[in-house]
Design a protein around this ligand. Structure first.
Ligand SMILES: NC(=O)c1ccc[n+]([C@@H]2O[C@H](COP(=O)([O-])OP(=O)(O)OC[C@H]3O[C@@H](n4cnc5c(N)ncnc54)[C@H](O)[C@@H]3O)[C@@H](O)[C@H]2O)c1
Length: 414
């Protein structure tokens, strides 16, 4: 008879092997019987784990006030209308904008709004508007958000916070600090069911310190996606890091301190010399980060893996680990409720794993409750800037580089 295994554990022998050789026989064959008994109390702790499920809960309003919102950007992703602002009972859409008249008209229709402006720069002058959703091209994000904040309005922005420019990120931070207004980055991974569950379990102590984590964003396309002024063509992969880095920063609230990154040289025309505006040869970048917990994170952005489009992550801690919606570890019997916050009736959860609705609801609720939103400026920069440094490392054949830190309680320090 095999030695008893602890409750909730299974033998770590692949089904194929188990079918052919029993565990004791298998260990005996290797001459490892006694070592095997010792393993039963340690290394064979590979439990069945807990399948996590979300529970439906009713939404409770926090206020009956309506936040007066402006929305900018209706490009290839139609992002301006995709987060459900127009369906939230605490929102009035005052006006929308896009530079192109047909897109402007499309956004007005999608948001059921009868006022529009020809540009963000005009929209921010509307005194009625108190918050703006910036869904413009990534290279304009920091500049557009600064413009919104300087006009005394809260801002939620599509990712990333800044496109390849640490200086613009720091200017954005300085503006948020100076104005005291709310800034939130709409990082969709942060409200993926698995990432939200990881964050909830991390906060409840179910992982302890993270020894290792992985965040992966794969986006294969046969042709570059047409975007405003072609900003996506040949873009450095980890200048767009946040879908991945959310699986560490958005879980723990901890930081990356240094990075070494390597890239896969793209074989498409846009990655050949002169093929893009960034001097970037890489279609894929894989970065290894050092973390403030003393652990390691592997974060990647990949465009070359055939037909693969996915945003995913895994975490491995001293007390437990998690992949997808499966948890293994010391807290299997006492897991907290990992359900995402409920949405008002009529607000769709939306795209990217049902994350759009929760992001928009978090921003609006933070304004109503006058508190920091989940992905505030500090978390946004901590998810964005490490990717910019990672790309620089890749250009230097993986040289390990330090990552600037932005302390909530002090001025920016490097
Ligand atoms: N999962 C995600 O979080 C996710 C997915 C897709 C896109 N995004 C982000 O959403 C944003 C929008 O993506 P897209 O593909 O629609 O971009 P896009 O480049 O196709 O469109 C940008 C739009 O912004 C408008 N614009 C630019 N400057 C403006 C100004 N001053 N005033 C008014 N309008 C202006 C342009 O006219 C254009 O229509 C991007 O930043 C992208 O990174 C995030």
């Amino acid at each position: 008879m095999n030695p008893p295994l602890p409750a909730n554990t299974t033998e770590r022998i692949s089904p194929a092997t188990a079918g052919r050789v029993g565990r004791r026989d298998f260990l005996g064959t290797l001459g490892l019987g006694s070592l095997g008994a010792a393993w039963a109390g340690s290394a064979l702790w590979s439990g069945r784990g807990a399948d996590l499920r979300e529970q439906a809960r009713p939404w409770e309003p926090v206020s009956d006030r309506k936040v007066r919102v402006g929305i900018v950007g209706y490009g290839v992703c139609r992002f301006g209308a995709d987060f459900g602002f127009q369906d939230h009972p605490n929102v009035e859409i005052v006006a929308v904008s896009d530079l192109f008249p047909d897109r402007r008209a499309g956004l007005m229709k999608a948001c059921r709004c009868d006022r529009s402006y020809e540009s963000l720069e005009l929209l921010v002058k509307d005194p009625k508007i108190e918050a703006v959703f910036v869904a413009t091209d990534a290279p304009s994000h920091a500049r557009h958000c600064i413009e919104v904040l300087k006009h005394g309005k809260h801002v939620m922005c599509a990712v990333p916070a800044t496109w390849g420019s640490i200086e613009e990120g720091e200017e954005l931070l300085a503006t948020v600090r100076a104005t005291g207004l709310k800034y939130m980055m709409a990082e969709t991974s942060c409200y993926h069911a698995s990432c939200h569950a990881m964050r909830t379990i991390y906060r409840a102590g179910g992982f302890g310190k993270l020894v290792y984590s992985e965040g992966e964003y794969y986006h294969y396309t046969t042709e570059p996606i047409a975007s405003y002024r072609n900003w996506r063509v040949g873009g450095p992969p980890l200048w767009y890091p946040t879908h991945s880095t959310a699986f560490y920063v958005g879980v723990t609230g901890q930081r990356f301190t240094s990075v070494s990154c390597l890239g896969f040289r793209g074989t498409r025309p846009q990655h050949q010399p002169g093929g893009n505006a960034y001097g970037n040869p890489f279609a894929d970048e894989i970065a290894l980060f050092e973390t403030t917990e003393g652990g390691v994170s592997r974060m990647l952005m990949s465009g070359s893996v055939a037909r693969h489009v996915e945003e995913t992550g895994r975490v491995f801690g001293e007390r437990g680990r998690m992949a997808g919606m499966q948890y293994w570890g010391e807290m299997e019997e006492q897991l907290p409720d990992i359900s995402r916050p409920p949405l008002p009736p009529g607000v769709p959860a939306g795209g990217h794993g049902g994350s759009h609705g929760p992001l928009m609801n978090e921003f609006i609720t933070a304004i109503l409750q006058d508190r920091s939103p989940l992905v505030d400026i500090y978390e946004s920069l901590a998810m964005t800037i490490p990717g910019i440094v990672a790309h620089t490392s890749a250009l230097k054949a993986g040289e390990r580089l330090k990552i600037p830190q932005y302390d909530r309680t002090a001025n920016a320090s490097k």
